[in-house]
Write a protein that binds this ligand. Structure first.
Ligand code: ATP
Ligand code: MG
Ligand code: ZN
Length: 574
C-alpha cells in the first residue's frame, strides 16, 4: 500500500476527549474515528488489524470444532419474550419497531437466536454436540460509553453457543473453548488471566472471564499470591474470622447522636471501632423493600446481594421509603423496632456480634448493646460481603491482593435456562425427549485490540505484535526528490509486497515526519532508504520495538526481511 493513497489521518496532538492510552493512540494513529457517542469507524489501517484479529479467532474456533454461521442482528422481540428477557434486559437493549409495528431488538447478545436455530434444526442426539458461533455486530446502549472501542455501543463480538446432551459434554466444550481462548489471546500478543467470574445462580466454577491486568480496567480482581486463587471481586470470597464473642449481653440503651449518621461519623463521635457497629441498609428491588445488615467495617457486594434477593434491580431506598418502614431518616435505622415488617438479610458477620451499635429508628438516636437474636432476628443469613485487599484467602488464608483488569472474553456454562424456556427438545439414545444443555463464549474484538495497545506501546506510539500488525514492514525513502532513492524504495516495495504486507511512505514529507508517523502507527519492521544508501548502497533495517539498526545490501533485503519477519512472528505461533 502506498501511504500517499491511503486514508491514514495521523494526529500530532492527543485528542481532547480521549482519556486512556489506547484510545489516544487509536485516534492519533488513524485507526478509528468517532461518529457519535460509542459509535466508531475502523479506518483502513484499523480495519486491517480488525481483520487479522478476526482471522485468528476464526482459525482457533474452527480448530476447536466450532462452526461459523451468520444470523441477523435485527431480532423479533417474540424470541426475547419467550426467554423472558424482553422485560429483564433494560435500557441497554435497543428496541425498535418495523414498518408493520412489530417489536424488534438489535441484538446485544444472541442466546435466543442460537437457541431458536437449534430448536428448528436439531432433532436427535445424533445432531449433537454442536458449538455454533458468529463474528458479528452487537448493539448495547451503554449508559456510559467510554474509552473509545473499549466500551462502545456498537461493536464486533465473537460469540459462540454450545449445545450438548449432558453435563459431561458441556464440560468438554467449555474446556475446548478455554483452550481456544488461551491460544487466541497468545496469538494476538495479549497476556490474559482467566478469572473466576460471577455465575448468577449457577454456582461453582462455571464461568471465567479473561482479564488483561491494567490500571484502566473496570473490573477488580482479587488474587492470592500464595495459592493462585483468583476471582472477580463480584464473586470473590474471603476467609473471615467472624466475631462470636462471649461478652456478657448488656441492656439495650438509647444514645443521643444528633446529626451523626455514617459509620465514620459515629466512630469519631463515640470513639469506638467500626467493628462494633451494625450497618443497617435499606434497599429497593423490583419485588420489595428489604433491610440488609453487615458489620460496620465491611461493605456490601451488590452482585452477591442481587443473587440472594433474586432481583434484577437493586437501589438504595429513598429517604421517604426508609422513613415509611423504619420511622427514621437514613442514618438512624436498625432492625430493632421496625415500623413495618420487611425482610431482613444478615451478612454472616453480624450473627455472632455482641453489644453492637446501630440506629434507634428514631431521628438523632442510636442504640447501644444491641444483640442478635435477643433484640432482632432476620429472614436469611448470607455472604454478601465485598472482599477487600488484606483479607484472607478462602483457600490458604494468606493475605489477598487486588488489581484492576479489562475483561476481553467470557466463557460461561449456561445450563438449561434457554433450552427449557424456549422448549428445545432432542431425542436421546433411549428415545427420551430432553432439553440440551448450553454454554456461551464471547470475545470483544475491538476491546481486544485496544487492550493489545494498552500492553504494547511507548511514548512514541503503538508497537504492534507482528501477528496483528496492520503491515509487516514500512519502507521510508527519506528524500523523494532523489531519483535513485525513490527507485530503490520502489524496488524494495515491489519485491517485498509479493510475499509480505508493506507500506511505502511515498509522501513528499520531511524524514522526521515520516519517522514519527512510522513510530506512531507501530509497524514492526522499518526499512529506511537514505544516507547509507547514497553513500554505500545499503538500506537500514530497524525494529519498532528496539533501537538496533542493521545495514543491508539491496540484494539481501528480501532474505533479511524474511528472517526478521520469522523471528518477530515466532512468539505468536503457539
Ligand atoms: N460495550 C462494549 N464495548 C466493547 N466490547 C464489549 C462491550 N460489552 C462487552 N464487550 C465485549 O464482549 C465480551 C462478551 O460480552 P459479555 O456480555 O460477557 O460482556 P459484559 O459482561 O457485559 O462486559 P462488561 O462487564 O465490560 O460490560 C466482553 O468480554 C467484552 O470483550
Ligand atoms: Mg456489559
Ligand atoms: Zn490462597
Amino acid at each position: 500500500m502506498r501511504r500517499s493513497q491511503m486514508l491514514l489521518p495521523t494526529l500530532r496532538e492527543d485528542p481532547k476527549d480521549a482519556e486512556i492510552t489506547s484510545h489516544i493512540l487509536m485516534m492519533r494513529a488513524g485507526i478509528i474515528r468517532k461518529l457519535d457517542a460509542g459509535l466508531y469507524t475502523f479506518l483502513p489501517l484499523g480495519h486491517r488489524v480488525l481483520l487479522k484479529v478476526i482471522q485468528i479467532i476464526r482459525e482457533e474456533m474452527n480448530r476447536a470444532g466450532a462452526q461459523e454461521l451468520l444470523p441477523p442482528i435485527l431480532i423479533p422481540a417474540s424470541l426475547w419474550r419467550e426467554s423472558g428477557r424482553y422485560e429483564v434486559m433494560g435500557k441497554e437493549m435497543m428496541r425498535l419497531q418495523d414498518r408493520h409495528e412489530n417489536d424488534m431488538v438489535l441484538g446485544p447478545t444472541h442466546e435466543e437466536v442460537f437457541t431458536h436455530i437449534v430448536r428448528e434444526n436439531v432433532q436427535s442426539y445424533r445432531d449433537l454436540p454442536l458449538n455454533l458461533y458468529q463474528i458479528n455486530t452487537k448493539f448495547r446502549d451503554e449508559i456510559r460509553p467510554r474509552y473509545g472501542v473499549m466500551r462502545c455501543r456498537e461493536f464486533i463480538m465473537k460469540d459462540a453457543y454450545s449445545f450438548d446432551l449432558d453435563e459431561a459434554g458441556l464440560e468438554k466444550n467449555y474446556q475446548a473453548m478455554r483452550e481456544a481462548y488461551r491460544r487466541i489471546f497468545a496469538r494476538c500478543g495479549l497476556e490474559v488471566i482467566p478469572v473466576e467470574a460471577d455465575t448468577g445462580n449457577m454456582g461453582g466454577s462455571n464461568s471465567e472471564e479473561f482479564m488483561v491486568p491494567s490500571s484502566v480496567g473496570e473490573e477488580t480482581i482479587v488474587h492470592c499470591h500464595s495459592c493462585g486463587y483468583v476471582a472477580n471481586v463480584e464473586r470473590a470470597e474471603a476467609k473471615r474470622e467472624l466475631s462470636s464473642s462471649s461478652e456478657e449481653m448488656l441492656a439495650l440503651e438509647e444514645i443521643a447522636t444528633p446529626n451523626v449518621r455514617t459509620i465514620e461519623e459515629l466512630v469519631d463521635f463515640l470513639g469506638v471501632s467500626p467493628q462494633r457497629f451494625i450497618k443497617s441498609l435499606v434497599y429497593r428491588t423490583e419485588h420489595e423493600i428489604v433491610m440488609v445488615l453487615i458489620r460496620g467495617d465491611f461493605m456490601v457486594n451488590e452482585t452477591k446481594l442481587k443473587h440472594v434477593l433474586n432481583c434484577i434491580e437493586l437501589e438504595p431506598a429513598t429517604e421517604e421509603e426508609v422513613f415509611q418502614v423504619t420511622g427514621a431518616p437514613i442514618g438512624f435505622v436498625s432492625p430493632v423496632n421496625l415500623k413495618k415488617k420487611i425482610r431482613i438479610i444478615a451478612d454472616e458477620s453480624v450473627i455472632g456480634m455482641r453489644n453492637a451499635i446501630s440506629g434507634a429508628n428514631k431521628k438523632d438516636y442510636h442504640l447501644k448493646n444491641m444483640n442478635p437474636m435477643r433484640d432482632f432476628t432476620w429472614d436469611r443469613v448470607a455472604d454478601i460481603h465485598q472482599v477487600q485487599e488484606g483479607e484472607k484467602c478462602p483457600r490458604c488464608s494468606q493475605s489477598l491482593k487486588s488489581y484492576k483488569g479489562i475483561e476481553v472474553g467470557h466463557i460461561f456454562k449456561l445450563g438449561y435456562k434457554y433450552t427449557q424456556a424456549m422448549n428445545v427438545r432432542v431425542l436421546d439414545k433411549n428415545g427420551q425427549s430432553i432439553p440440551p444443555i448450553m454454554g456461551c463464549y464471547g470475545i470483544g474484538v475491538g476491546r481486544t485490540i485496544a487492550s493489545v495497545i494498552e500492553q504494547n506501546h511507548d511514548e512514541h506510539g503503538i508497537i504492534w505484535p507482528m501477528s496483528i500488525a496492520p503491515f509487516h514492514g514500512i519502507v521510508i525513502p527519506v528524500n523523494m526528490s532523489d531519483p535513485a532513492v525513490v527507485k530503490a524504495a520502489e524496488a524494495i516495495y515491489t519485491t517485498l509486497s509479493a510475499r509480505f504486507e508493506i507500506l511505502l511512505d511515498d509522501r513528499d514529507e520531511r524524514p522526521g515526519v515520516k519517522f514519527k508517523d512510522a513510530d506512531l502507527i507501530g509497524v514492526p519492521i522499518r526499512i529506511t532508504v537514505g544516507k547509507s544508501f547514497t553513500e554505500e548502497g545499503k538500506v537500514e533495517f530497524k525494529l519498532r520495538r528496539s533501537e538496533d539498526k542493521h545495514l543491508v545490501a539491496l540484494d539481501d533485503v528480501e532474505k533479511f526481511f524474511e528472517a526478521w519477519y520469522e523471528k518477530e512472528m515466532a512468539p505468536y505461533r503457539v
